[in-house]
Design a protein around this ligand. Structure first.
Ligand code: SF4
Ligand code: SF4
Ligand code: FES
Length: 275
């Protein structure tokens, strides 16, 4: 009985190896790994690197699903290696490859810098017309819970690139901005404190822009943080079409006034301790 358990926990790991500076073509390298309950794909990679092959390249930082640096293809699906337990996806074979739709740096490391460039170009921060007030604020920008809910889920994006790797439009159109930047553009467009919807709209509606998305929804299916980029993109498309026909409700950033006492909650309660 003990032997069977041991056998079930011994898996084969296939890792795609490729150094564009040295290798003519990618190859698949095979390892055997003893898997324990609770071991993540990232733990497994560390184990292989420490005990079998120190030359494997992979990226990580936080090991807790926060930094977004450990995304890779895990048995054909884009996911965070630190957030995926091996026994949740296989008891026999694990295939690891770099995220597609990005240039490859080496082995399992994809180059996410172009995605960060697109994010930067969309000016993803609060932009307002009342510049003077922004520079010398006289009061906080008031926002109701309902206004916060309009964009809250999109703020959970950690820029891991998993949605970009899953997107069929990204695979065929290198100029398409991709689900992560487009969802973040919507996050700011939907923020009641922001004034720059029209400026961002011009950027995202350009040729190869948001209307190239055909709503396959794969981006949302793979997101490890529960963000729904496909929804953000469709909502932004709707806003752009309404705007084109002059039917959009003009969004004007909230003033920095103090709300009525009746609706103003001076202190936001912190969530209770969980441990
Ligand atoms: S939307 Fe999700 S999958 Fe895409 S970059 Fe953000 S966290 Fe990653
Ligand atoms: S919904 Fe749009 S952005 Fe998301 S995967 Fe499909 S084509 Fe790509
Ligand atoms: S190591 Fe930070 S998200 Fe996986």
């Amino acid at each position: 009985m003990e032997k069977e358990t041991e056998k079930a926990n011994s898996i084969t790991v296939y890792i795609r190896r490729f150094d564009p500076e040295k290798d003519a073509a990618p190859r698949q390298q095979q390892y055997t790994l003893q898997v324990e309950k609770g071991m993540t794909v990232l733990d497994g990679l560390h184990m292989i690197k420490q005990t079998q092959d120190p030359t494997i390249n992979f990226r990580f930082s936080c090991r807790m699903g926060v930094c977004g640096s450990c995304g890779m293809m895990i048995n054909g699906v884009p996911a965070l290696s630190c957030n995926t337990q091996i026994l949740d996806v296989t008891t026999t074979a694990l295939t690891l490859a770099p995220l597609p739709n990005f240039k490859l740096i080496k082995d399992l490391v994809a180059d996410l810098v172009p995605m960060f460039g697109v994010l930067k170009g969309l000016q993803l921060h609060i932009r307002r017309n009342d510049v003077e007030e922004m520079e010398k604020p006289t009061y906080e920008y008031y926002q109701t819970p309902h206004q916060l809910e309009e964009f809250l889920q999109f703020t959970y994006c950690i820029k891991c690139g998993c949605c970009m790797a899953a997107c069929p439009t990204m695979a065929t159109d290198r100029e398409y901005p991709g689900p992560a930047p487009l969802a973040q553009a919507y996050r700011y467009n939907a923020d009641s404190r922001d004034d720059a919807r029209d400026a961002r709209g011009d950027l995202v509606a350009a040729s190869h822009g948001i209307f190239s998305c055909h709503y396959a929804g794969e981006c949302s299916n793979v997101c490890p943080k529960g963000v729904d980029p496909a929804r953000a993109i469709q909502l932004m498309k709707k806003d752009l079409v309404l705007s084109y026909f002059g039917l959009a409700k003009h969004k004007c950033a909230h003033l920095h006034k103090k709300p009525d006492k009746a609706t103003y909650k001076a202190k936001i309660e912190a969530p209770p301790h969980t441990v």
